[in-house]
Design a protein around this ligand. Structure first.
Ligand code: TRP
Length: 443
């Protein structure tokens, strides 16, 4: 099969698109609440350790696979190892699962942008009642899918790259402002302490620790968009001159800075108004409006804040959709446009069920979980780490470190200083760690 012709138009554009994929609801919605429910600073430390041990080598590998093969996730994996296309296939399925919850939360964000001007009504109870209404959340979910599809319809360099290059820097600047604001709220220091000073009180048993580990691992994969072919797909549009190690370091740094800024914005605000950081997935939607309702110019702050979150969510959802579209348009020889329209239709169906599973169908449970919870459990804690495991085996043992290092060093034109470290990480540390965490979470 021939390489995809599509390419990023600039280095900056690629970094913005890849960082835009990484930075999203994972950083702004999930990271603060998962940190909140997993012991604060202790979670942060484990997260950063996994970022280095798992995130770094796997991210670099995905970019290398994609750029070497120059094809969609399924065909790239197939080119690297005969019959390994299934790894990309798992990725395509996982993209559906993730979009099934991502669009729903993206829909809530749109609702909260529009509700900013009567933010005092957006109480924690309102959020619960709102989900039950079913109809409105479904409509906003569809609107989020349409917005995502519109960008992807534009293609890679004209759609995804252009939109990310403008929106991501804006997000950075405005979020820093918001963080400074949040840090000056009364009692904000308690939130900072919770986030940055480890407290091992609640972590006594093996199972406490195992649960933190599996959550941190899931968060690393989710936040960096790893384990399902997003970065294989984005890597396939890269020119042979791009420095992959540098790109990897930049993407991880940007993603982590935004996650920390989000923690330093949301947790101090939560403590400042005397709420608990452990309230779970509602943290962003239940506690922040309460903050905005109390502060001066809260309506405007709320409007800006939720708009930023929408922007971040969109630059991620487009990357999820593009993985499926790239594969589907190749497999059926369809244009990017046709493939986008058809796939978006399927995603709308999954997402509507997911949205309604928190509303009218909230009594329908599998293993005690709603459909929404199942999608999120399967993707974060099973499919993504599994994808990461297969990618490390594919690169370490099937493709081999030498050919991979050859791609990473642009065929010897650059020095790949960390080759030895990369070798150990991808062959041993990453796969062993993933398997250990899997097993310990089952025990
Ligand atoms: N990383 C994004 C976030 O933090 C979500 C995302 C985009 C993603 N593409 C992905 C997650 C691929 C896992 C895999 O919100």
């Amino acid at each position: 099969m021939e390489r995809t012709k599509e390419q990023w138009s600039s280095k900056f554009g690629f970094i913005m698109a890849a960082a835009g994929s990484a930075i999203g609801l994972g950083n702004l919605w999930k990271f603060p609440y998962v940190t909140g429910t997993n012991g604060g600073a202790v979670f942060l430390i484990v997260y950063i350790v996994f970022l280095i041990l798992l995130g770094l080598p796997i991210l670099l590998s995905e970019l290398a696979i994609g750029r070497f093969a120059g094809l969609d996730a399924v065909n790239s994996c197939n080119k690297i190892g005969k019959n390994w296309g299934f790894v990309g296939g798992i990725g395509v399925v996982t993209a559906f699962l993730i979009l099934g919850t991502y669009s729903v939360v993206g829909g809530w964000v749109i609702k909260y942008i529009l509700s900013s001007f009567h933010i005092e009504k957006m109480t924690p109870e309102y959020y619960v009642e709102y989900l039950k209404t079913s109809f409105e959340p479904s409509i906003y979910t569809l609107i989020f899918i349409i917005l995502t599809a519109v960008v992807v319809l534009g293609g890679v360099s004209k759609g995804i790259e252009k939109v990310s290059s403008i929106l991501l820097p804006t997000l950075f600047v405005l979020f820093v402002g918001l963080m400074i604001y949040s840090l000056t709220l009364p009692n904000a220091i308690e939130g900072v302490k919770f986030f940055l000073v480890p407290n091992f009180d609640g972590i006594t048993t093996f199972s406490d620790f195992a649960s933190i580990a599996i959550n941190a691992m899931g968060q690393v994969f989710f936040s960096l968009s790893l384990g399902m072919g997003t970065l294989i797909t984005y890597g396939s549009y890269l020119p042979k001159t791009e420095n992959l190690t540098k790109s990897t370091a930049t993407i991880i740094t940007l993603d982590t800075i935004i996650a920390i800024i989000a923690g330093l914005t949301i947790l101090p605000a939560v403590f400042s108004i005397g709420l608990e950081p452990t309230s779970g997935s509602g943290l962003l939607f239940q506690t922040l409006p309460a903050v905005f309702a109390k502060i001066p110019a809260g309506k405007i702050v709320s409007f800006i804040f939720f708009s930023l979150i929408l922007v971040a969510a969109l630059t991620s959802s487009i990357s999820l959709l593009q993985v499926i579209v790239a594969w589907f348009s190749n497999a059926l020889k369809l244009s990017q446009k046709k493939a986008t329209l058809i796939i978006s239709g399927f995603i709308a169906v999954v997402s509507l069920f997911s949205s309604l599973s928190l509303g009218v169908f909230s009594d329908v449970k599998f293993f005690g979980m709603t459909f929404f919870d199942i999608l999120s459990f399967l993707s974060d804690k099973i499919m993504l780490p599994l994808g990461g495991l297969f990618i490390s085996i594919l690169v370490g043992y099937v493709w081999g470190i030498k050919p991979a290092a050859n791609e990473i060093s642009n065929e010897g034109k650059l020095k790949f200083k960390m080759e030895k470290l990369y070798n150990i990480s991808i062959k041993i540390i990453a796969p062993v760690l993933i398997v250990i965490i899997f097993i310990s979470s089952i025990i």
